[in-house]
Ligand binder design. Structure first.
Ligand code: KIV
Ligand code: ZN
Length: 512
């Protein structure tokens, strides 16, 4: 390896902009700790000017992480930069990330500013950020659609003003690889002081080209990649961390650059992001999808048995996909559970282990074989979800072809018990009616999907819901051997997320 690419993870900022993906502070802190374990160099923890919740989460993460650089996003306004600095200042190596759009279309219609004014604003913002820290990143929003010479002029001025990283975003996911590579080459050649800064790229996936563009840019000299786990993010998402890192790892002949990522932590991190945000990973997703290492065709299976490299370009173990899919049962003890969870990437405290162990025993009474997918659901419900306003205590449902479906529910609402019964078209309708009556909420159920976590008729059902209320959108997820209970858990989880959003209103910003 001759060169290192800085991995800048923005799962908690741009990733959180995926519809319904909002996370509370405790969830963000847990993910931040996992991202540090994964080895990301820079972690963009949020956009403090957007909401008090973001400010709080960024500052707690900055205080918690021991080696990762923590950064926060800020527009070029002083107030934004003050808030970003206020939130990251306690980090081991705090970075301020300020941005302004440089494309003609953004400057004319969004900012209503001329080129000179944008340039001056960028310089002023970098200088102001520099008064707090040496570690300043400047992004030229919609850079890929900007006039090249103007972009170079802005980068040159930003570096002269003190920016140590300049970022070229393909904000709207419009670039194609050879065009983007050409642009990076142009910047490397035409920004005279580019040697004093790291050139970064930040791609969106609207044409499915985010990873390809990022790799093309790295080949031309970009040395920071802005990425998210599972590629989550605004619209079609951002460049996915696992794709960039594993491309560099798998093709060293063409891409002789390394990263500090501990690749064995990729899969556990991917699962944690999916569990916490409620955003499923598509089965055919590169690297971390459920089918990424599954070989269906007979001819492939035959080749795999003779030599895995016939059809496998990387080993599943390299991303932390354990071949040891241990099956636990009701006789498995606390120690076996702890060790196996650790292997899956969940290093639990004694108190957390107690919670999961109790839930594990309950599940093992109902289900003979407890699989990794079941354990993940137990950890998510028992540990990863915190700050719950509503908690499902029990649900009882009667239904069938000749009775009116009825549900009686007991919830804890801010710790106080409350019960209700209601009816509906079917058991889910009845359960959801009872819950919405008890919680006094009026969300609209936009999507409901159910699947089995594992094979077998005794499998846990997993329900995902998408709720919306007054423009707020939240995803909820729940698992249980009884699918009506799984539905009720998912609904309650979605309502908790909506409550969080109501308490932490986000200022309307123009970040993409
Ligand atoms: O997509 C984008 O342009 C961004 C910037 C704020 C870096 O997210
Ligand atoms: Zn972005």
């Amino acid at each position: 390896m001759t060169d290192r690419v800085i991995i800048f993870d923005t799962t908690l900022r741009d990733g959180e902009q995926s519809p319904g993906a909002s996370m509370n502070t405790a969830e963000k802190m847990r993910l931040a700790a996992q991202l540090e374990k994964l080895g990301v160099d820079v972690l963009e923890a949020g956009f403090p000017a957007a909401s008090d919740g973001d400010f709080e989460a960024v500052s707690k993460i900055a205080q918690k992480l021991k080696k990762t650089q923590v950064t926060a996003l800020a527009r070029t306004a002083k107030d934004d930069i003050d808030k970003a600095w206020g939130a990251v200042k306690d980090a081991v190596n705090p970075r301020i990330h300020t941005f302004i759009a440089t494309s003609d279309i953004h400057m004319k219609y969004k900012l209503n500013m001329e080129r000179d004014a944008v340039l001056a604003k960028a310089v002023e913002a970098v200088k102001y950020a520099k008064s707090f820290t040496d570690n300043v990143e400047f992004s030229a929003e919609d850079g890929s659609r900007s006039d090249r010479d103007f972009l170079c002029k802005v980068f040159e001025a930003a570096i002269s003003a003190g920016a140590t990283t300049v970022n070229l975003p393909d904000t709207v996911g419009y670039a194609i690889p050879h065009e983007f590579a050409d642009m990076v080459r142009y910047v490397m050649k035409n920004v005279p002081n580019i040697g004093k800064a790291v050139l970064s790229v930040h791609c969106h996936n609207d044409l499915g080209l985010a990873t390809a563009n990022t790799i093309a840019a790295i080949a031309e000299g970009a040395r920071q990649a802005e990425v998210t786990i599972n590629g989550i993010g605004e619209r079609a998402g951002n460049t996915s961390l696992e794709e960039v890192v594993m491309t560099l790892n798998t093709r060293p002949n063409y891409m002789p650059m390394g990263t500090n990522i501990i690749t064995e932590q990729i899969y556990p991190t991917s699962r944690q992001v999916s569990m916490i945000t409620g955003i499923m990973v598509q089965p055919n997703k590169a690297i971390v999808g459920a089918n990424a290492f599954a070989h269906e065709a007979g001819i492939h299976q035959d080749g795999m048995l003779k030599n895995p490299m016939t059809y496998e370009i990387m080993r599943p173990e390299a991303i932390g996909l354990s071949s040891n899919k241990l099956v636990l049962g009701k006789h498995s003890g606390r120690h076996a559970l702890r060790e196996h969870l650790k292997e899956m990437g969940h290093d639990l405290s004694d108190e957390e282990l107690n919670i999961v162990f109790t839930k594990f025993k309950e599940l093992a009474d109902k289900k003979k074989h407890v699989m990794d997918e079941d354990l993940e659901a137990l950890v998510t419900e028992g540990i990863l979800r915190t700050d719950e306003v509503f908690k499902l205590e029990y649900i009882h449902v009667t239904c069938g072809s000749t009775v009116l479906p009825m549900a009686s529910i007991k919830l804890l609402i801010n710790g106080r018990a409350s019960k209700s019964a209601n009816y509906g078209n079917g058991p889910i309708d009845a359960a959801f009616n009872a819950i919405s009556e008890l919680t006094g909420t009026e969300s609209e159920l936009q999507r409901f999907s159910v699947s089995a976590l594992t094979g077998g008729t005794d499998a846990q059902g997993e329900v995902t819901v998408r709720l919306s209320e007054n423009g707020l959108v939240a995803l909820g997820r729940g698992a249980d051997p009884d699918i009506i209970t799984a539905g009720a858990k998912a609904y309650v989880n979605g309502l908790n997320r909506l409550e969080y959003l109501k308490k932490h209103p986000v200022e309307q910003t123009d970040v993409v």
